[in-house]
Unconditional design. Sequence first.
Length: 246
Amino acid sequence: MKINILTLFPEMFKGFLSESIIKRAIENELIKINIINIRDYTFDKHKQVDDTPFGGGGGMVLKPEPLFRALENLKNSKIIYTSPQGETLTQDLVKELSKEEEITIIAGHYEGIDERVIDEFVDLEISIGDYVLTGGELPAMIITDAISRLIPGVLGNSASYENDSFYNGLLDYPHYTRPAEYNGLKVPDVLLSGHHKNIEIWRKKESIKRTYIRRPDLIKEKLKNKEFSKLELKLLNEIKNEIEGE
Ligand code: 4GT
């Protein structure tokens, strides 16, 4: 998987690319991340990348010429622009994107980019949520991070994404590590029992319970799509009765 990122602030990506899982994935050539400085595609003496908006209103807009020149070489990739106007990023969308061979993410800044760039080159506009940021660099990193961990080999075999929140449309179950008791706070007995089947059922039930309480919309979606197994439906009923009985 190759990911090109067009930005005015390449330095913002240094930490992201030089630590932990992403660093190792690059070293192992599982992903290739190509940071492109939009300013390198300016031809004028002042290397001007932005200008005032037609129609007024203040702020600055990224000029079309440098982006057009930069994107002309990247037409074989899936071109994404990140903005609050985009389709909201979900794990399902991340999974789709992880199947691409090459993607390009344009990180805007200031008021955004000239709309003609979007009309001419952008295949998909993505928002990471309903809030406003100073630039698209953090969204570009978030999209890159979420995709990278789905590339086979990136997580290694100790951490797998089959157990992730949202992998099965449910929230994650609680996690514990040593010590088994800390300041009088105990780890649930079942996790110390060594009984793998019971542990699996406990985790499944906690996962459904949390989702039922915190994200009932996700439970409704799974019921609608008939995605629950017989065991899961039984656990869901137990949870409903337990909560009603309180
Ligand atoms: C929010 C998001 C995003 C911004 C989001 C263009 C210039 C957009 C600043 C940029 N804010 N980008 N992708 N919620 N700000 O995804």
